[in-house]
Design a protein around this ligand. Sequence first.
Ligand code: GUN
Ligand code: FE
Length: 426
Amino acid sequence: MNKSTFILKGNICYTETRDQLTVMDQGYLVCHEGISRGVYPVVPEKYRDLPVTDYHDLLIVPGMSDLHVHAPQYPFRGLGMDLELLDWLNTHTFPEESRYADPEYAEKAYRIFTEDLRKSATTRAAVFATIHIPATKVLMEQLDASELKTYVGKVNMDRNCTDTLRERDAEAALESTSEWLRETAGKYPNVRPILTPRFAPTCSGALLEGLGALQREYGLPVQSHLSENLSEINWVQELFPWSSCYGNVYEHYGLFGGEAKTVMAHCVHSSDREVKLMKNSGVYVAHCPQSNINLSSGIAPVRRYLDEGIPVGLGTDMAGGANMSMFRCIVDAIGVSKLYWRLVDQGSKPLSMEEAFYLATKGGGAFFGKVGSFEEGYEVDALVLDDSGMRSTKELSTRDRLERYLYLAEEYGRLAGKYVAGKKIL
Ligand code: GUN
Ligand code: FE
């Protein structure tokens, strides 16, 4: 029998809709060739012969999608947290990313990133690399071997950055991106390419136009940054004076949803016009709460995006966020939503645990397909959570154990198993 056909038994939690957690204590999750056949209180007759892995009293939850993470920034995580975006990029980010011109450095630095990501709660990720082809190949090779499922983007930037990171001009950047696409095509089964203009300020109109053409030629998805910081937004208006909003710049060049599956990180200060554009284009928002805090960017109005029906997932934005843990990301999303409610908009009620858990699983998972739930037809990405180190005299329901796990994961949690698309990797 196929190795990715099995049953997992334990206390199973997942979301079907964003505000409701489905819990089945001592349930059976049936996985057939990597795809869920549903969750049952007793094993249905037709699945009786499948091997069962019994996780006893542990929790089993869907794997998590980090919808926005910068692999090359991992070496300076937890450092340089006293600047806002544009100064932070110039002071910390661009100098570190310049080092990836050396593939040997990339090999070492990406090894640490990839090993840590593999051990984390993340099963899927949309990853920024740097402008460098050899280093980006190293990252793709390592991530492929990790058996996580990822999108990786070679970054494009041809202006407004250090010489060491600036591609000569639009033509050179586009040629390099085409070469990267050609040379990596079909080589890494677990890694798919994603077009990655860093953000509008570091991309000329000619570069964005060429990336739009590549998007249409290859049908590629797109990732970038949008309306993260007020100085950034003003700068985009100066650089693209004809634009009606920041998002309109990407839209103008065919890099904003529609045929191009797109995820934009942050969207902290999006105007009404921009929100409407995001909604009409089906653009995903990668909400990165810890980065919003660390770079003093502000708080993304996630409740509004959810109410508008805009697809939302969570991102660590490593190293704008210092922690790779998606549990921490969930807790930060809940936390900043409370501050937003209290300090910014009393009509914008905070995220519940269920909602934030949904964003990290099914919300962000949607960018990768039928991912992030245990409903029938979903790819089985699963985490087995051991909370036995969380000592307490309290009797807890399974739902409460999950909530506590999210908050205490780093101190007392243990990842007892990890499955990606039906394959056990931990
Ligand atoms: N905007 C452009 N580049 C970056 C980056 O590396 N991190 C964040 N948070 N925002 C950006
Ligand atoms: Fe980012």
